[in-house]
Write a protein that binds this ligand. Structure first.
Ligand SMILES: C[C@@](CO)(OP(=O)(O)O)[C@H](O)COP(=O)(O)OP(=O)(O)OC[C@H]1O[C@@H](n2ccc(N)nc2=O)[C@H](O)[C@@H]1O
Ligand SMILES: Nc1ncnc2c1ncn2[C@@H]1O[C@H](COP(=O)(O)OP(=O)(O)O)[C@@H](O)[C@H]1O
Length: 295
């Protein structure tokens, strides 16, 4: 008998603002950022198997099976719980890799939540987030599934409610390695920490501290930001290479998409405060600790 298939989304995220406030002894940077999800992302299909094998298809070009964050998430659950079940996972990849949209981290979080359910593990969200943090700094926000003010290296999360506009997300066709941005000498690492309330009330303009460095190293990113800024306020997400413009409505998004340079890839998406993954799992938004007033 073929097993049931569980199909779940792995949404993209945006960093609506990102400040770098310092550098820890282990080299990781301390951040203050506002995470929000998009209603666009990858899709994963899960089917349990009895033999403990973790199958993934199709493979991602350039990412060995053992390095894939989906496989590593499943193996982390094996190691944590001693579970002997396996799984076949089919990945429909839409999100660009290394784009600052958190696709790999989101894939890992979807795998953690899916297997927790399919393998009957019943781990708490906090435990799954802690496991996820070992895979990547962005995994916990995808595990918790609500728009968040994040501090630390992105793991100290407070749920917030942000405006949910339409965005155009543009990939300028270059790949930015996260580590190379954080290792750049010219990166500013001394933005004074601000309170969450001040960030949400627009007391400090929303900007991304990585943007200047990324634009200097990748002129195509600078060119794309300049072009998209001609239509609406535009910012880099994460360490790039993707940028996003915040729009007044969906029609504006459609109109911009018709004019995008054929060498770039762009799509429209709506901001979500509840992750589409958690919506699919039937979760509700927790009470927000803060609400954005002046994006
Ligand atoms: C900065 C963000 C904002 O969302 O950028 P994007 O990756 O989404 O672009 C993320 O927190 C990134 O998270 P993630 O992509 O999971 O990073 P990791 O795999 O943990 O780290 C990749 C490398 O980036 C550097 N790194 C990452 C996060 C951080 N707070 N400080 C760092 O210095 C480290 O050198 C690390 O080796
Ligand atoms: N399932 C996966 N999907 C995407 N990237 C993955 C995956 N597993 C491992 N990776 C690696 O993680 C890197 C970061 O990917 P991703 O999370 O999509 O970008 P970003 O961190 O810039 O938002 C990729 O360049 C790739 O080498």
């Amino acid at each position: 008998m073929p097993r049931d298939i569980l199909t779940l989304p792995a949404p993209a995220k945006l960093n609506r603002m990102l400040h770098i406030t310092g550098r820890r002894a282990d080299g990781y940077h301390t951040l203050q950022t506002l995470f929000q999800f998009l209603d666009v992302g990858d899709t994963l299909h899960f089917s349990v198997r009895d033999d403990g094998i973790i199958g993934l298809a199709p493979a991602i070009a350039g990412v060995p099976h053992e390095d894939n964050l989906i496989v590593r998430a499943a193996q982390a659950l094996h190691a944590e719980t001693g579970c002997h079940l396996g799984v076949d996972i089919q990945l429909d990849k839409c999100l660009p890799m290394g784009g600052g949209l958190g696709g790999g981290s989101s894939n890992a979080a979807t795998t953690l939540l899916a297997l927790d359910r399919l393998w009957g593990l019943r781990l708490s969200r906090d435990r799954l987030a802690a496991l996820g943090l070992r895979l990547g700094a962005d995994v916990p926000v995808f595990v918790h599934g609500h728009a968040a003010w994040a501090e630390g290296i992105g793991e100290r999360l407070t749920p917030v409610e942000l405006d949910t506009p339409w965005f155009v997300v543009l990939h300028p066709g270059v790949t930015v390695a996260t580590a190379s941005v954080f290792n750049a000498l010219q990166l500013t690492r001394d933005t004074p920490p601000i309170s969450m309330a001040r960030a949400l009330q627009g007391g400090a303009p929303w900007r991304n501290d990585c943007q200047v460095t990324v634009c200097e190293r990748y002129p195509e990113v600078a060119r794309a930001i300049e072009w998209l800024s001609g239509f609406a306020p535009t910012m880099l997400t994460g360490t790039g290479a993707c940028l996003f413009a915040r729009l007044t409505d969906e029609r504006q998004a459609d109109s911009i998409l018709q004019r995008v340079d054929p060498g770039w890839h762009a799509f429209k998406a709506k901001g979500c405060n509840l992750s589409p993954l958690h919506a699919a799992l039937g979760c509700r938004l927790p009470p927000a600790a803060g609400q954005a007033e002046a994006p």
